[in-house]
Design a protein around this ligand. Structure first.
Ligand SMILES: C[S@@+](CC[C@H](N)C(=O)[O-])C[C@H]1O[C@@H](n2cnc3c(N)ncnc32)[C@H](O)[C@@H]1O
Length: 236
């Protein structure tokens, strides 16, 4: 199952309600960009994003024996923070990022890491209601279709389960917003969309957001704690 995903590209933008992005980034852009970033990722994006990772894991993994999915697990920087009695699966589209995550799990003997698979967040190869909690850290503004990405997280998470998203959203500050708008044109080169409006994501993702916390440097990122509100019989 896992590791054999053909990274389906057809219909990537179907259901894309809000046009978040002045330049779209498809899976091939993402794979190419993170192949280039994988060598330096931990130095550039490691410690600076650790507060958000630790807090997200603490919120999602708050009980013994949980089965947890991390979407866009990257080089696995969050993996050491999960409880030893959890069972964690990570997925990512980048082979190179995942290779680093696998090495980390082996080096640190992270026996709670059950599997690390190449897979598209918008086409998860897991049955409905497979996980007690689902996390996506710094991924929402990278995927081509945030609505579909969120729908997949809701589908594979159990009813009443916890979904945690950490991301940067378009700033309220005029100067920062000016810079974000300029960066939006080069998304495919920097690997994420700097101009990513929170209100549109909240609406299109249909996530039941219970709490929004400032995260990382100057609270420039946000942590969204969500409860997966769906009837037990309805996976969507
Ligand atoms: C900014 S990095 C975040 C990595 C990690 N979550 C962290 O905390 O450092 C974004 C990650 O999302 C992955 N990604 C982007 N689009 C994806 C998709 N459609 N499906 C799965 N992973 C994706 C990238 O390959 C990259 O590893």
């Amino acid at each position: 199952m896992a590791g054999q995903c053909p990274l389906r590209r057809g219909g990537l933008h179907a259901g894309f309600v809000h046009n978040y992005k002045s330049e779209t980034m498809d899976l091939h852009d993402t794979i190419r960009t993170y192949r280039l970033f994988s060598g330096s990722y931990d130095i550039v994006f490691g410690p600076v994003f650790h507060p958000g990772r630790k807090e997200a894991v603490r919120i999602a993994n708050d009980r013994p024996g949980q089965h947890i999915l991390e979407v866009g697990v990257g080089t696995g920087l969050s993996l050491p923070y999960f409880r030893k009695d959890s069972r964690v699966t990570g997925i990512d589209v980048s082979e190179e990022m995942l290779a680093k995550a696998r090495r980390r799990a082996e080096r640190l003997r992270l026996s709670h890491v059950e599997g690390l698979h190449v897979m598209d967040a918008e086409n998860l190869e897991f049955p409905d209601n497979s996980f007690d909690a689902v996390l996506a850290l710094y991924v929402a503004s990278v995927v081509p279709n945030p609505a579909r990405f969120a729908a997949e997280m809701r589908r594979v998470c159990i009813p009443g389960g916890t979904i945690v998203v950490v991301n940067h959203f378009t700033s309220d500050n005029l100067v920062a917003r000016f810079i974000e708008k300029r960066l939006a044109g080069v998304a495919r080169h920097i690997g994420f969309h700097a101009d990513f409006p929170f209100d549109a994501f909240r609406r299109d993702s249909q996530l039941s957001i219970r709490e929004v916390r400032p995260s990382n440097l100057f609270g420039y990122w946000k942590l969204l704690r969500c409860v997966n509100e769906k009837p037990a019989s309805n996976p969507g």
